[in-house]
Design a protein around this ligand. Structure first.
Ligand code: UD1
Ligand code: UDP
Length: 383
């Protein structure tokens, strides 16, 4: 029987971190040829992930331009994908999550009448403008895909509400698979600033912020809140690896450049980032991935957004929605800094997003769907 050619398509940092363990898992099966096509929607941040996981792209669309618009990303991906699909002729295209690469990758596969598998399917806020454009991207990919790999049962239920019930698997999130390979005891950072921080005596707060719907006033409020926290708490060391987006870098420079106890650093390689997360006191972020990783490492998270499509860790008590109002963000951070009981209540390791075997389940689901094995993989039922 011919090998099943499975092409993973990704382009941004988080997609790469979450698809890397899957690309590697699929390589283990003699029935599968695992290939990957990168759009390079993120150039440097993608390359950094490829290096950490020792991955090489079979096809590289190299689309990134500074301050790119949603339309240019989508158009360039669509055009580039035509050549990639014509040349590589996969039997299945896998896309991840909700970026512009995800949407264009799925749409292009549909135009070529190639089935699509959606990894990290079924996340919803039910607000089409928040997160923007991600909520609409994932809904549109949900409509295109014929295989849906949901991290949680809640995600599966969201799809059922849209009458998507065929080809739906609950697998856990592949990010937990990735974390299991990167976090190590006694890890030494390549960045000396991170080795020198006193993680016992100081309260190291790990910060990231990049979402499009936070551009402008919300991002300004977030930056001013961070500044206030650092200025008024001598015990705090705020470590902020700043996203390469010029919009984000402008906001950071405007409001945080000269703040005391604030370490503004370049984006970290994934292994450095995961190990820093494992050592910090808590996390403040608008990132999706960090909301999944930090709870698995027992780190409280304050989400710098008005909503989240990841309610599982909020229900488990390790994540709180802090919003985008300065005083409210500061108040929640101060609660974690000043009240040991409040901190302890949030600092419990929980694993609503997976057990580290998501990639195995996805591989099994693909083999089952294509008639190569007789047993459907069991759904992940949560921690
Ligand atoms: C994108 C995704 C978002 C995801 C985020 C993860 C879309 C619409 N947005 O947002 O869902 O959460 O990635 O980080 O798909 N840049 C560089 N080098 C890089 C990466 C980015 O210089 O390696 C700069 C470029 O100027 C680029 C800009 O950042 O134009 C913005 O990148 P873009 O992918 O458009 O948006 P993100 O905000 O990163
Ligand atoms: N990350 C990283 N280096 C950094 C910041 C984040 O490796 O400097 C990782 C993080 O641990 C997570 C992923 O990137 O795995 C999240 O990406 P991002 O926040 O850019 O996107 P989102 O998850 O919000 O889509």
């Amino acid at each position: 029987m011919e090998k099943l050619r499975v092409m993973s398509v990704f382009g941004t940092r988080p997609e790469a971190i979450k698809m890397a363990p899957l690309v590697l898992e699929l390589k283990k099966y003699p029935e599968i040829e695992s290939i990957c096509c990168v759009t390079a929607q993120h150039r440097q941040m993608l390359d950094a992930v490829m290096e950490v996981f020792h991955l090489q792209a079979d096809w590289d669309l190299d689309i990134m331009t500074p301050r790119q618009t949603l339309s240019t990303i989508t158009c360039k991906c669509l055009t580039g994908m035509d050549s990639a699909l014509d040349a590589l002729k996969p039997d299945l295209v896998l896309v991840h999550g909700d970026t512009s690469t995800t949407f264009a990758g799925a749409l292009s596969a549909f135009y070529h009448q190639i089935p699509v598998g959606h990894v990290e399917a079924g996340l919803r806020t039910y607000d089409r403008y928040s997160p923007f454009p991600e909520e609409m991207n994932r809904k549109m990919v949900g409509a295109i895909a014929s295989m849906h790999f949901c991290p949680t049962e809640n995600n599966r239920d969201n799809l059922a509400r849209e009458n998507i019930t065929e080809g739906v698997y609950v697998t856990g999130n592949t990010v937990i698979d990735a974390l299991k390979t990167t976090v190590r005891k006694g890890y030494r950072f390549a960045a000396e600033t991170l080795n020198k921080l006193d993680y016992e005596k100081k309260k190291v707060i790990l910060v990231t912020c990049h979402r499009r719907e936070n551009y402008g006033e919300p991002m300004k409020n977030i930056m001013l809140a961070l500044r206030q926290i650092a200025e008024t708490h001598e015990e705090v060391e705020l470590v902020y690896p700043v996203h390469l987006s010029p919009v984000v870098r402008d906001a950071v420079n405007d409001y945080l450049a000269d703040a005391p106890r604030v370490h503004l650093i370049d984006p970290l390689p994934a292994d450095e980032m995961h190990n820093l997360m494992a050592r910090c006191a808590f996390v403040m972020t608008d990132s999706g991935g960090l909301q999944e990783e930090a709870p698995a490492l027992g780190k409280p998270v304050l989400v710098l957004r008005r909503e989240t499509e990841r309610p599982e860790a909020v229900a488990a008590g390790t994540v709180k929605l802090a919003g985008v109002v300065r005083e409210e963000i500061v108040a929640l951070a101060e609660e974690l800094l000043n009240d040991p009981a409040a901190y302890a209540a949030m600092a419990r390791a929980v694993n609503p997003y997976g057990d580290g075997a998501a990639c195995y389940r996805i591989a099994q689901a693909i083999l089952w769907q294509f008639g190569r094995i007789n047993l459907r993989p069991e759904d992940y039922r949560g921690a």
